[in-house]
Design a binder for this molecule. Structure first.
Ligand SMILES: Nc1ncnc2c1ncn2[C@@H]1O[C@H](COP(=O)(O)OP(=O)(O)OP(=O)(O)O)[C@@H](O)[C@H]1O
Ligand SMILES: [Mg+2]
Length: 281
């Protein structure tokens, strides 16, 4: 867990320095970590460019995607490289198919969970011949559809209410080899729905049909939703917003959700210093 704490210390130092208030730029960095039991031997290399060759590429078809995400889809960008590295780490841990569902969360609102979930999903969809589903489990302030330029007619709440079949609500993101189960209606009982037997049944069904499921969630502190989602997820990615997230809050999230399942920390908005933060171990 040493790298997690290095990342958290860095984020805390940034917060205390109050660097730039997060202003400007597409700066995002992350520090991956491997849970002890599944640590792969040797180094995990960044997936090389050719791995993505022959796959469908983002193009004008997804021109409605939030401009920030378009930048992240540039295959040669530093940020895309970081998400490919995170994907590679998750793939390495998933060698036995035991990391099919990965949730993305953070301590507080606005720290970059949806940004991270969308980008991890996109680079995962672009990587190998496999099916990828992104589920928006933020039934309070859903943002995945907006991030991807989708206008859903139904979503997770309608599926859990039994009003529509999952396949009706699931939308294909053209050019990104990605399926999305967005949110349309906002229920009055989000945490109950996420913790319901119907959600368990839905996940059982979806796990049998997708190779990787990534779940965007609300902030983990103060709401039960992320904890409910963690009950049926194999891995957890925790987002830390540099200069903003308190280290103790992130540590609390890791404790609440279970540190053995934390597969990565996204250090969002950090100063880019590739010598120090580029993935190289
Ligand atoms: N590294 C960054 N640099 C600049 N802006 C960013 C960065 N990361 C995220 N943002 C912006 O911060 C806002 C919050 O990001 P995002 O929606 O990904 O966070 P979130 O944790 O999902 O929020 P919520 O808790 O409301 O769901 C968005 O407007 C996003 O564009
Ligand atoms: Mg969000």
């Amino acid at each position: 867990m040493a790298k997690i704490y290095d990342a958290l210390r860095k984020a805390e130092a940034d917060r205390q320095r109050k660097v730039g208030g997060g202003a400007g730029g597409e700066r995002l960095d992350w520090e991956p970590e491997t849970p002890e039991p599944a640590k792969p031997s040797g180094s995990v290399k960044l997936p090389s460019g050719p791995r993505d060759e022959g796959r469908s590429r983002p193009n004008q078809d997804i021109g409605d995607i939030n401009k920030r995400r378009i930048a992240l889809l540039q295959p040669d960008s530093y940020v895309a490289e970081q998400f490919r590295a995170l994907r590679g780490r998750i793939d390495a841990l998933d060698s036995e198919g035991n990391l099919r569902s990965v949730m993305v969360t953070s301590a507080m609102p606005g720290e970059g969970k949806t940004t991270a979930a969308v980008n991890l999903s996109v680079v995962t969809g672009l990587s190998l011949d496999r099916s990828v589903l992104l589920i928006d489990c933020d039934l309070r302030r859903p943002n995945v559809h907006q991030s991807l330029g989708l206008q859903p007619k139904s979503g997770l709440a309608e599926v859990l209410d039994g009003k529509v079949e999952p396949d009706v609500a699931i939308t294909r993101v053209e050019g990104a080899n990605l399926d999305v189960l967005p949110v349309r209606g906002r229920p009055s009982n989000p945490s109950e729905l996420l913790g319901s037997p119907r959600m368990v049944d839905l996940m059982t069904d979806l796990r049998s049909r997708y190779d990787r499921i990534i779940l965007d969630t609300p902030a983990a502190l103060g709401l039960p939703d992320a904890k409910s989602v963690s009950a049926f997820c194999d891995g957890i990615v925790v987002v830390v917003r540099a200069g903003r997230t308190r280290q103790e809050d992130t540590e609390t999230v890791i404790e609440i959700l279970g540190r053995q399942r934390v597969v990565g920390i996204v250090l969002n908005g950090a100063e880019i210093d590739q010598g120090r933060y580029g993935y190289s171990s």
